[in-house]
Write a protein that binds this ligand. Structure first.
Ligand SMILES: [Zn+2]
Ligand SMILES: [Zn+2]
Length: 337
């Protein structure tokens, strides 16, 4: 076995470096993974651009990593060498903060964040906490599983926690998150509305399973949703606070606007429709490892797959820029030879 591996380090904000690193043994409670594929996610900007406080460089980004366990550390009893696993954004709870002590570990106040506080999957190898692993079903290719451990669980969990079968559920944006959200919403038994910005010339929305398509450029999406009787749930994936807020009038009584796309600008909210109708605006952040596994299993069961483009590891910078440009259809995945 080679004593070194290739990794893409961010050495300072905006600077990518392909480096050789020595292979290290996993510590207690950890595993070493031979990475096969790693998705490129918008949140990688936190590390690449230094947008998140406390990023220490050099850092290997990437929190959509899939690969084979190559070595297990001391105390790891439930995972074995050779199993194919995934690691998402949430790299492990501390188990001691008040949120963890109340059992809500997905919102740990001091979590390990893959590719931010620990090195991630833009590499041929990575060390991960055993408690953060999800088992990859045999039916899923590693390149397809990669986006599901972040973009997938983000939309899957938000939708299943917010709606019930038969609800009218609108997905704002058919992009990296939205194209998965539309598929999950359909498969969960929702009346599924896709909201795009422009005409759906390729009929992508119905192909993904949407029952209705709304072009938010051509008409007022909130009013269009009201014409459908109002949305019980709106999943907001657009990275624009103003665009998210424009959908609020489309909520039904007690409807929920669930924000999963991080916007740079504030979301201006009018209190009146919130109060008169018990409507709410909430956020949702990925989820726990076992919920990632739920996402993967559900994707196999219902044939949900991401639409991806692949690039080799050494083209990580190009992959990142392509994803950030918004031109990727719809997720970019790095592959390790
Ligand atoms: Zn992500
Ligand atoms: Zn905690």
């Amino acid at each position: 076995m080679s004593k070194t591996y290739r990794a893409v380090e961010i050495t300072k904000p905006g600077t990518f470096h392909l480096v050789e690193r020595p292979v290290v043994a996993p510590g207690e409670g950890q595993v070493r993974i031979r990475v096969e594929a790693c998705g490129v996610c918008h949140s990688d900007a936190g590390t690449v651009e230094g947008q998140l406080p406390g990023v220490v460089y050099p850092r290997v980004p990437g929190h959509e990593a899939i690969g084979l366990i190559e070595e297990v550390g001391r105390g790891v009893t439930t995972w074995q060498v050779g199993q194919r696993v995934g690691v998402g954004f949430f790299g492990g709870e501390d188990g001691t903060c008040e949120t963890c002590r109340r059992g809500d570990t997905a919102y740990c106040q001091n979590p390990i964040i893959t590719g931010v506080t620990s090195d991630g999957g833009y590499a041929e190898m990575m060390i991960a906490e055993a408690r953060a692993l999800a088992l990859i079903p045999d039916e899923l290719k590693s390149v397809d599983a990669a986006p599901l451990v972040c973009a997938g669980i983000t939309t899957f969990n938000a939708l299943r926690n917010a709606g019930r079968a038969g609800d009218t559920v609108a997905i704002q944006g058919i992009g990296g998150l939205g194209h998965l959200g539309v598929q999950y919403a359909k498969m969960m038994g929702f009346r599924t509305v896709a909201i795009g910005f422009g005409p759906d010339e390729e009929h992508l929305a119905p192909k993904l399973g949407a029952h209705v398509y709304i072009d938010a450029k051509a008409e007022d999406a909130g009013a269009a949703l009201q014409k459908l009787g109002g949305a019980d749930v709106i999943l907001a994936t657009a990275p624009s606070g103003a665009a998210i807020a424009s959908l609020l009038p489309g909520l039904s009584v007690r409807g929920k606007l669930v924000v999963v796309g991080v916007s740079g600008d504030p979301i201006p909210v009018n209190g009146v429709p919130l109060i008169f109708g018990g409507r709410s605006v909430i956020g949702s952040l990925t989820g726990r490892a076992i919920e990632t596994q739920d996402t993967l299993d559900f994707s196999v069961l219902t044939d949900v797959r991401p639409m991806i483009e692949t690039l080799p590891l050494e083209k990580a910078e190009e992959a990142y820029r392509r994803m950030m440009s918004g031109d990727a259809r719809f997720r970019v995945v790095l592959t390790m030879a």
